[in-house]
Design a protein around this ligand. Structure first.
Ligand SMILES: CC(C)(COP(=O)(O)OP(=O)(O)OC[C@H]1O[C@@H](n2cnc3c(N)ncnc32)[C@H](O)[C@@H]1OP(=O)(O)O)[C@@H](O)C(=O)NCCC(=O)NCCS
Length: 153
């Protein structure tokens, strides 16, 4: 972690949060949020993983949702609570995710980002993701193209 949050003594990844906890964080982090019903359905899938980033007992600051399908990991959600942004937490989550992916011998991590989401695009570029394509009008709210990003491991 970077020096400006040395005051945080320990961080923890809650790797089996409930659908309710995931929904709660999702709603705080995203403008267009997923419902508890969405999470309950997704949690039934065998590829599903959901993590919450916890900085003290039950104080959640981030959410990371992904699927692992064969050799590839797809990030579905990565969000940090608005009050806790620009402190390196998204990078911390991605570093941890990459570590896990390497341990599992996965070949790549990929995701789709809204073309106008500059913080996210900048984050993923910093972490070594490359643009591999575009999907026209992929997103509905807000409308716009998706940029496909991938990092080979
Ligand atoms: C994108 C998001 C996850 C970044 O989280 P964060 O914890 O604030 O990011 P970090 O502090 O780890 O920043 C790491 C890098 O990301 C980029 N970044 C983060 N916020 C940025 C911003 N507001 N503007 C430009 N670049 C930004 C920078 O490259 C930064 O590196 P730097 O500090 O050396 O400049 C956060 O803004 C967020 O939750 N946004 C809403 C949800 C979302 O859009 N998620 C992505 C779609 S999957």
């Amino acid at each position: 972690m970077t020096s400006h949050h040395n005051y945080i003594k320990k961080v923890n990844f809650a790797s089996k949060p409930s659908a309710k906890e995931l929904t709660f964080m999702d709603n705080l982090c995203f403008d267009s949020a997923w419902s508890e019903k969405d999470y309950l359905e997704m949690k039934r899938g065998s590829f599903f993983n959901g993590w919450l980033l916890e900085i003290s007992e039950k104080h959640f600051v981030g959410i990371l949702v992904f699927n692992i399908v064969f050799q590839e990991l797809e990030i579905l959600r990565l969000g940090i609570h608005p009050n806790w942004r620009k402190k390196g937490f998204a990078e911390l989550m991605l570093d941890h995710l990459e570590l896990l992916s390497r341990k599992k011998n996965l070949s790549s991590i990929f995701l789709e980002v809204h073309f106008s989401n500059f913080p996210a695009l900048s984050l993923y570029r910093k972490k070594g993701f490359q643009e591999i394509g575009r999907r026209k009008n992929y997103f509905q709210t807000p409308k716009g193209d998706a940029i496909l990003l991938k990092k080979l491991l």
